[in-house]
Design a binder for this molecule. Structure first.
Ligand code: ADP
Ligand code: ZN
Length: 219
């Protein structure tokens, strides 16, 4: 199964992608997570990406396209994948189509999660992330004493780009650069939009029903 989860920052793509990845036993490929790991490890990619990310801007297409080609050609992605955070521009989407064609594979679905803009800003402000494993938490789920990840004990922190000023800018970048992709994928008949305002388990169930109804094998 090869799907793209699409939508504005904070819509819950990462949360839903992780649940689906477990269910279907395929990798969750998040370009945001890959970039954050590169920044943390101070790799050449991380050094190039850091400045763009902390300001809420997109990392240039040529860097991202190179990265995604490397990841999708790797063995771990050979049985399928859930892409989260890529493509984010029309140039990236075109490059992805070209890559799929070269690899002789096809995309099953692009699923867009829809959420109201005010809710996006609220969710980003309340988002906390584990510095070690990347697990995502929401302030409302945590009591005041909890400062460590329940999975790995890592420190929970607020991403620099989740602070309100930067997240507002990211939403603008999304509207300008990424939202036009909806039409790109709509034209290809691979596009479905679902309501991302519902609770996490409800959204998960909607996604599952949609994917299974599509006759996609649970593998
Ligand atoms: P969110 O989950 O909030 O949408 P991500 O964690 O996916 O955010 O991405 C964080 C940052 O990483 C983005 O603001 C951007 O700077 C960079 N980034 C991630 N994916 C891409 C991409 N496909 N193209 C350009 N920049 C990207
Ligand atoms: Zn953790």
């Amino acid at each position: 199964m090869r799907i793209i989860l699409f939508g504005p920052p904070g819509v819950g793509k990462g949360t839903q992608a992780k649940l689906l990845a477990e269910e279907f036993a395929i990798p969750h490929i998040s370009t945001g997570d890959l970039l954050r790991a590169a920044v943390k490890n101070k790799t050449p990619l991380g050094m190039k990406a850091q400045e763009y990310m902390s300001q809420g801007n997109l990392v240039p297409d040529e860097i991202m396209i190179g990265l995604i080609e490397e990841v999708l050609s790797s063995k771990k992605a050979s049985k399928g994948f859930i892409l989260d955070g890529f493509p984010r521009t029309v140039a990236q989407a075109k490059a992805l189509d070209a890559l799929f064609e070269r690899m002789g594979i096809a995309l099953d679905r692009v699923i867009s999660l829809r959420v109201e803009h005010d809710e996006v800003i609220r969710r980003l402000a309340a988002r906390r992330m584990c510095r070690q494993c990347g697990r995502i938490y929401n302030l409302h789920q945590l009591d005041d004493e909890t400062t460590k990840c329940q999975d790995c004990g890592g420190e929970l922190y607020q991403r620099e780009d989740d602070k309100p000023e930067t997240s507002r800018h990211r939403l603008e970048v999304y509207l300008k650069e990424t939202k036009p992709l909806k039409d790109f994928y709509r034209r290809s008949g691979r596009f479905t939009q679902i309501d991302g305002m519902k609770d996490i388990p409800v959204v998960h169930k909607t996604l599952l029903d949609l994917l299974l109804k599509n006759g996609l094998p649970k593998e």
